[in-house]
Design a protein around this ligand. Sequence first.
Ligand SMILES: NC(=O)C1=CN([C@@H]2O[C@H](COP(=O)(O)OP(=O)(O)OC[C@H]3O[C@@H](n4cnc5c(N)ncnc54)[C@H](O)[C@@H]3O)[C@@H](O)[C@H]2O)C=CC1
Ligand SMILES: O=C(O)[C@H]1O[C@H](OP(=O)(O)OP(=O)(O)OC[C@H]2O[C@@H](n3ccc(=O)[nH]c3=O)[C@H](O)[C@@H]2O)[C@H](O)[C@@H](O)[C@@H]1O
Length: 443
Amino acid sequence: MNIAVIGTGYVGLVSGVCFSEIGNRVICVDNNQDKVDMLNAGEVPIYEPGLKELMVANKRAGRLSFTSDIAEAIRESDIIFIAVGTPSLPNGDANLGYVEQVAIEIGTHLESYKIVVTKSTVPVGTNDRVRELIQSISTQPFDVASVPEFLREGSAVKDTLNPDRIVIGTDSERAIKALKKLHRPLTENLIITDIRSAEMIKYASNAFLATKISFINEISNICEKVGADVTRVAEGMGYDKRIGSSFLKAGIGYGGSCFPKDTQALIQIAGKVDYDFRLLKSVVQVNQDQRFNVIRKLEEIFGTVSGRTIAVWGLAFKPDTDDVRDAPAIDIIRYLTEAGAVVKAYDPIATANFRKEMDVASIAWEDNPLKAAKGADALCVLTEWKEFSQMNLMELASMMNEAIMIDGRNVYNKEQIHASGFQYYSVGRPGLNHAEGKAAAII
Ligand SMILES: NC(=O)C1=CN([C@@H]2O[C@H](COP(=O)(O)OP(=O)(O)OC[C@H]3O[C@@H](n4cnc5c(N)ncnc54)[C@H](O)[C@@H]3O)[C@@H](O)[C@H]2O)C=CC1
Ligand SMILES: O=C(O)[C@H]1O[C@H](OP(=O)(O)OP(=O)(O)OC[C@H]2O[C@@H](n3ccc(=O)[nH]c3=O)[C@H](O)[C@@H]2O)[C@H](O)[C@@H](O)[C@@H]1O
């Protein structure tokens, strides 16, 4: 089939590459000419394991191309995917400006029947708006469909080629037939719904996953006070198939370009129909607060962080990505620097992106984790990069001014910690935490 994908961010690029990998002819469009030039030169603007190899191979095979000419892409395709961003507006609403702009461009260049599919995460009713916008410009026949994307950064290629399900929301038999044919090589689990339900499935899924994370983070906070180990609690819960083991890792809360914005957007969607989504509001609040546990622990230890040198390992919102959008590290480092601490920061690949968010004189950017820790009064681990779990903790402890570690992601196990001499604070594991869990005795 001939596919056009509009927008070459994570979703557009990965989807486009994967659609070509399963034998379709794909034209990816972006209005950012620099990005298009880079992609045409065989460079991938994002860090995503396995993506570059697939992109280069499919480009070479003539199934994949990149352009800024949306008119040509529309003309050449049977199915057009809209995969542009839907970032938060200041009030939490999804900004639909990019989607609407693409709808207008599709209407302007439509010359024959097309299926217009929205892959971007959009509020209920947006596909109707896309239809209206196209119809306001063009009399050509077309159908609309909502096919939300569920990939995760860091495993985007794997997720796209082996999805748990594909949701297809449309009111057109012709579109159902074509979209089933397109997606069947990826999975047999095709869920056909009406458009509004498909739009809602995406927000409900992200909100539910965010809820699991905030739930386990609250359990971890209680574990610290009662002397239970949250990792064992999560394991014990996870064996129950009704609960499931995934997304029960306690830490410093979720970040990234989607959970924060999509939970806010769903609260707004509910608010617009006079529904107060109390549960989700609490999920967001708990998440925002959880990252400051790192600060609370530092202040418990030092009284004030002013004048202290704090090493930070991990800036990305999760491992295997260089994405720092809404990363907990941003709030934590901002607080530390504003409170008068000197920060020495290290991340294997996200430093350049982080510096675009925040670049102040009191942050030293290190290219090596040991250099970052050297001479520091405490080390905070904010992203669970694999290389951190493999560090020699004894060597690390000996390099620091004070061997104090706040492990925000529960990277280290009991044996590693006990051998290291670190004064260690983790998340919801008071048996390991220094001087915590004393309350257990009086329960
Ligand atoms: N990043 C992720 O892991 C996931 C994102 N999503 C959703 O997918 C959508 C896209 O997300 P990302 O890929 O992260 O977005 P992004 O913001 O990284 O990329 C969007 C791309 O669209 C391009 N663009 C904007 N307007 C355009 C236009 N008129 N014509 C051509 N190109 C245009 C931009 O230049 C940019 O390259 C969002 O709605 C997001 O919520 C869904 C699942 C996963
Ligand atoms: O809509 C989206 O954009 C995507 O959002 C998430 O994907 P992503 O943000 O790439 O990353 P996740 O692996 O879900 O992690 C999100 C955040 O939650 C945190 N997390 C995750 C799992 C967990 O158990 N605990 C936890 O704190 C991670 O550290 C990270 O900060 C969803 O998992 C995808 O299904 C969805 O498509």
